[in-house]
Design a binder for this molecule. Structure first.
Ligand SMILES: Nc1ncnc2c1ncn2[C@@H]1O[C@H](COP(=O)(O)OP(=O)(O)O)[C@@H](O)[C@H]1O
Ligand SMILES: [Mg+2]
Length: 266
């Protein structure tokens, strides 16, 4: 498995932002994490992306437990393995699109303008390469962020509400990019409360108050491959079998959006 979360919790005082979650994600899977605002999605992403550590439990990437790595090894994992895409774009306002992409190269290895331009070309923005973020639409800015996330060829893309600030047309463009990445074998984990975005993923899990409350598959082939490789359903609490015995195993949700829409969303 590319990613293994083993009974992870994030606890702030009395609040369990993520509560004893076990989840495995194989290389190449496209997973959506859905849930209402405050359900722990960003907290979970931050722990997967080595930006935060769990209060309990462990996170492993490619079989390496993150808690066993020192600061420089963790920095290497962040730089080499993970590409991050956020709802807010976090572009440097006084740098052009291509320079923003080159900042990511700088932190990774060496800057290479030709490669940065190619990355912008991949997201359809070659002719906007020398524009400042303020001269780009929201959709274009998000595509710069995706180019930036892709520059180091990460195995894992973590995207937190990547289409949250986009109109429908730009949402489609971003989803098409994710679809291409998925076809090329990139593992994608996307946090979203948009049904359309979630439905593009192979698999969806739903959180509520940090607890897993649902899991469903949108891609039967991916499900069969996952199960054949020994993949288990995600679960909260003790063991999956124990949870089922106790009658609180997550149930498949027929319509995640409908469920998500009943909560108050960000
Ligand atoms: N640094 C923090 N300190 C205290 N509480 C936090 C912190 N970060 C997140 N929380 C709380 O954890 C819960 C989950 O937050 P978050 O993961 O951001 O939810 P989501 O991304 O699903 O909206 C919320 O109740 C939030 O207020
Ligand atoms: Mg969030």
């Amino acid at each position: 498995m590319l990613l293994e979360l083993d009974h992870i919790s994030k606890i702030y005082g009395d609040l369990h932002a993520v509560d004893d979650l076990t989840l495995t994600v194989p290389a190449g899977q496209w997973l959506a994490i859905v849930g209402s605002s405050g359900s722990g999605k960003t907290t979970l992403m931050n722990m997967i992306g080595c930006m935060d550590t769990p209060s309990k439990g462990s996170v492993s990437l490619e079989g390496r437990r993150l808690e066993d790595l020192n600061a420089s090894q963790l920095a290497d994992v962040r730089k080499n393995m993970i590409g991050l895409v956020f709802q807010k774009f976090y572009l440097v306002p006084h740098l052009t699109a291509v320079e923003n992409v080159m900042v990511a190269q700088y932190y990774h290895s060496v800057v290479d303008q030709r490669q940065a331009l190619e990355a912008l070309d991949r997201v359809g923005l070659k002719d906007r390469a020398h524009h400042l973020p303020g001269q780009l639409s929201g959709g274009e800015q998000q595509r710069v962020c995706i180019a930036r996330a892709l520059i180091n060829c990460p195995k894992l893309i973590l995207a937190d509400e990547p289409t949250g600030n986009l109109d429908e047309k730009n949402e489609r463009i971003v989803l098409d990019l994710f679809r291409q990445l998925h076809e090329q074998g990139t593992t994608i984990i996307v946090v979203t409360h948009d049904a359309l975005v979630a439905s593009c993923a192979d698999r969806e899990i739903m959180l509520n108050h940090g607890v897993l409350v649902g899991e469903q598959w949108n891609n039967e082939t991916a499900r069969e491959a996952y199960e054949a490789a020994g993949g288990k359903p995600a679960f909260t609490g003790s063991t999956a079998e124990g949870a089922q015995r106790d009658g609180d195993a997550p149930v498949a949700f027929a319509n995640p959006t409908k469920a998500a829409k009943t909560g108050d969303l960000e």
